[in-house]
Design a protein around this ligand. Structure first.
Ligand code: FES
Length: 152
């Protein structure tokens, strides 16, 4: 399965080394991270050493070598958000999700990350879940955002 997907991506770019970044981007989109097996297969097919692939994969922030959740939570830890308690929101989300910053929940639903100022300081403290911004958060409100919705 992994090999088939990577083979299709290689074919799409006709195995052109100049398109390596695009191939990695497609792999990232397809698997939501860059599995070692996928990188190994890509390297074998294109005759690119793993060290080179890892160097590229770790250089660009868009790539991840660990599995990512369905949704990414970015807690802003810029100055304004920090002053308004961003650290406590990170702590609360870590406890709520049972995951450390940078990690992914066991059910693969969320990946928790921190970022520098996202440019909406008047809404501090702010959390982004995927592209959706949630401003003026309290710890409790942040925790509620990630709890499974109760169905009636
Ligand atoms: S510091 Fe968080 S939005 Fe600016």
């Amino acid at each position: 399965m992994i090999h088939e997907k990577v083979a299709a991506i290689i074919d799409k770019y006709e195995g052109d080394h100049e398109s390596l970044i695009m191939m990695l981007q497609d792999m990232q989109d397809s698997f939501r991270y860059l599995p070692e097996e996928a990188l190994r297969y890509l390297g074998e097919r294109l005759d690119i050493p793993m060290t080179q692939l890892y160097a590229v994969a770790t250089f660009y922030k868009a790539f991840s070598l660990t599995p990512q959740g369905d949704h990414t939570i970015h807690v802003c830890c810029g100055t304004a958000c920090h002053v308004k308690g961003a650290d406590r929101i990170v702590d609360r989300l870590e406890r709520e999700l049972h995951v450390k910053e940078g990690g992914t929940t066991l059910d693969k639903r969320y990946t928790l990350k921190t970022v520098r100022c996202v440019g909406a300081c008047s809404l501090a403290p702010i959390v982004l879940i995927d592209e959706q911004a949630h401003g003026r958060l309290t710890q409790d409100k942040a925790a509620k955002l990630v709890r499974p919705k109760k169905t009636a």
